[in-house]
Design a protein around this ligand. Structure first.
Ligand code: C5P
Length: 231
């Protein structure tokens, strides 16, 4: 399977999100809208941006009943993908999956976030996690998949390890991507689209290299072409 391209439209400005969506949608498999847009504009705002299924990146984390309620609340938007925190535990993930199943064949792909890339070993120790990030990522990845997640959001540094450990089954979605020569912004460890594809990414998520380009459509088209060539 060739690696797909997801454009992250990170803004609270609905008009801006609309312009970006119009420009890049023809070159992307999916558009990602996250917490900042959803909190600012809600379901109606989201429907206004595109009628196509989107990647709704809300990173749900709550007791099972409430997380399932969150899934239920967004199912009418027909998201293609939905995120939740693996650290919410097996019962939460199982409840989310059970609720998602109610959408039948159109159910969203559930992606678990393992360890936030902003957490290093020291930060993990401070919240009571003894091992390092890689151990914790793998532990939470296995827990999430066993509990009903379809895949994982993982960093470029983790994708090869997870593909090796977990096989071809799980959907692996990888942010922190920079085309060769691009400004890395606040992402500290990045990977090119080609390298991420070769490491086993099912999808890559690209934000600023597309949205901040002088021509977002062209930037998205170039990344899509690179992924096509890497396949
Ligand atoms: O602009 P940039 O390409 O860095 O955007 C990456 C997108 O992926 C953003 O929406 C960001 O929130 C998201 N993301 C990330 N790192 C993670 C998880 C999500 O950059 N570990």
């Amino acid at each position: 399977m060739p690696t797909g391209l997801i454009a992250a439209l990170d803004t609270t400005d609905a008009a801006q999100a609309q312009r970006w969506a119009n420009a890049v949608a023809p070159h992307c498999g999916l558009l990602k809208l996250g917490l900042e847009f959803f909190l600012a504009h809600g379901a109606e705002g989201l429907r206004g941006i595109t009628q196509r299924p989107i990647f709704l990146d809300l990173k749900l984390h709550d007791i099972p009943n409430t997380a399932a309620g969150g899934v239920r609340a967004v199912l009418p938007l027909r998201p293609a993908m939905l995120t939740l925190h693996a650290s919410g535990g097996a019962a939460m993930i199982g409840a989310a999956r059970k609720e998602a199943e109610k959408a039948g064949a159109e159910r969203p792909i559930l992606l678990a976030v393992t360890v936030l890339t902003s957490m290093d070993t020291e930060a993990l120790h401070s919240i009571g996690v003894a091992g390092g990030p890689r151990q914790q990522v793998l532990r939470l990845a296995r827990l999430a998949l066993d509990a009903g997640a379809d895949g994982l959001v993982c960093s470029a540094q983790e994708v090869a390890m997870l593909r090796d450990a977990l096989g071809d089954g799980p959907t692996l979605v990888v942010p922190g991507i920079r085309p060769a020569g691009a400004d890395i912004g606040d992402q500290s460890r990045v990977m090119t689209p080609t390298d991420a594809a070769r490491a086993g990414a099912s999808w890559i998520v690209v934000g600023r290299p597309i949205t901040q380009a002088s021509n977002p459509a062209q930037a998205a088209a170039a990344i899509a072409a690179e992924l096509g060539a890497a396949a």
